[in-house]
Ligand binder design. Structure first.
Ligand code: PMP
Length: 428
């Protein structure tokens, strides 16, 4: 029988160590919010393939749409022989764009491609070069996306110099004195010390930071960025790669603020487990590049398009926006109760079902090692649970929105027991 240990040994020889996996659970099959490894062990899945599975593993509607597509064609390259499903998906995303006016959409493959293409379009549309991003941001691992990502280790270490003209300001996490006022003042420092605002093409922000710790961008901050963009003539890019497609209780996280971005990066749960990303933007901006300036061999794969059209139907028909809100309330109730019971939980935060909290150590400080111990204990008990945050101090919950209350409770029971174990409060 293939087992996790022998696969781990083969992996170590065959795959570079720079590609890290948070578990050594080698997947055999998965269904909705459950996953079985090659040894037949069952896990509750609170990771959702890193925010890809808002509609769960192998949603029957998504699988049926993909199977239908497999029987017709799998790839033609939209740049060679285009197809209707791409156009239909673009039309649907344009109709749902979180801004007023005409929209256009290009489909790509990965989140990093979406953020990189946002910058290409912002540069072409404005004739300017600079980009402002935020500390703790994650925008991908290709070189320009790494430059925009606001964390040196492990993403930028050893691979510099980074592409120029990317500047960072602190993200207003509301924790450790990181206020909106300080972030806005830091942008003014950038304008005074590093780059004139007339050279800025765009500011890029996650409405809810993903890898950086599930920090919600305050509405007043997004409003201030919109005002800065308008007064200086640069664009506002919302990176919705992790927050999008119902996770926060709205299709896009930025909708909670009422602020309208100019460009929106989407990926992950867009296609329910198939590789697809996109960039939705104001039509006149999206047309800034000349024919041939945008694209990619696999961009808008027909399989991804079929899956994404099914995902949009599932979100609507299964009421997943409301379901995300309800799941979020359920998570908050339980996590607040953990804190009230003295478990080492701090800074509960999030929007809808995009919920995170920090784990504290014996000194009451938020602590990456403590959070790692919790995810490790959870895995031993049968729950796949991810951490995030600039120190790895945050537990993030990305359970499929199609999961039953019973399954969510089963996972939360394991989170509680893992926190208790790590804090030494385990029953003797
Ligand atoms: N932006 C955000 C907000 C993300 O969370 C991620 C992936 N974690 C990316 C961009 C990059 O996506 P990909 O890994 O598909 O390139």
């Amino acid at each position: 029988m293939t087992d996790n240990a022998s696969l781990a040994a083969r992996r170590d020889r065959a795959v570079p160590r720079g590609l890290a996996s948070s578990t050594a659970v080698y997947a055999a099959r998965a269904d909705n919010a459950e996953l079985w490894d090659v040894e037949g062990r069952r896990y509750v899945d609170f990771a959702g393939g890193i925010a890809v599975l808002n509609t769960g593993h192998r949603h029957p509607r998504v699988i049926a749409a993909v199977e239908d597509q497999l029987g017709r064609f799998t790839h033609t390259a939209f740049q060679v022989a285009p197809y209707e499903s791409y156009i239909e998906l673009a039309e649907k995303l344009n109709a749902r764009a979180p801004f007023s006016g005409e929209a256009k959409t290009i489909l790509l493959t990965t989140g990093a491609e979406a953020t990189e293409n946002a910058v290409k379009i912002a540069r072409a549309a404005t004739g300017r070069s600079a980009v402002i991003a935020f500390t703790g941001a994650f925008h991908g691992r290709t070189l320009l996306a790494s430059a925009m990502t606001g964390k040196v280790t492990p993403y930028k270490r050893k691979v510099g110099p980074m592409p120029p003209e990317v500047y960072h300001a602190p993200f207003p996490t509301g924790i450790d004195g990181n206020t909106v006022e300080k972030s806005l003042a830091a942008i003014q420092y950038l304008f005074a010390a590093d780059v004139e605002p007339e050279r800025v093409a765009a500011v890029i922000i996650e409405p809810v930071q993903g890898e950086g710790g599930f920090h919600v961008a305050p509405t007043e901050f997004l409003e201030a960025l919109r005002a800065l963009a308008d007064s200086h003539g640069f664009l506002l890019i919302a990176d919705e790669v992790q927050a999008g497609f119902a996770r926060t209780g709205k299709l896009f996280g930025i909708e909670h603020s009422g602020v309208e971005p100019d460009l929106v990066c989407v990926a992950k749960s867009l296609a329910g487990g198939f590789p697809l990303s996109g960039l939705i933007g104001r039509a006149q901006l999206m047309d800034a590049l000349d024919p041939g300036g945008l694209g990619g061999t696999y961009g808008g794969s027909p399989i991804g398009c079929a899956a994404a059209l099914a995902v949009l139907d599932v979100i609507e028909e299964e009421g997943l926006l409301d379901r995300a809100t309800a799941i979020g309330e359920r998570l908050r109730r339980r996590i607040n109760a953990f804190a009230a019971a003295g478990l080492p939980v701090a800074n509960l935060r999030g929007l809808g079902a995009m919920i995170g909290f920090d784990v504290t150590n014996a000194a009451g400080e938020t602590d990456g090692a403590a959070a790692r111990a919790v995810t490790g204990a959870a895995l031993e008990a049968g729950l796949i649970l991810l951490s995030c945050g600039t120190k790895g101090e945050t537990i993030r919950i990305l359970v499929p929105l199609t999961a039953s209350d019973d399954l969510i409770d089963e996972g939360l029971d394991i989170v509680e027991a893992s926190l208790a174990k790590v804090s030494g409060k385990v029953d003797a």
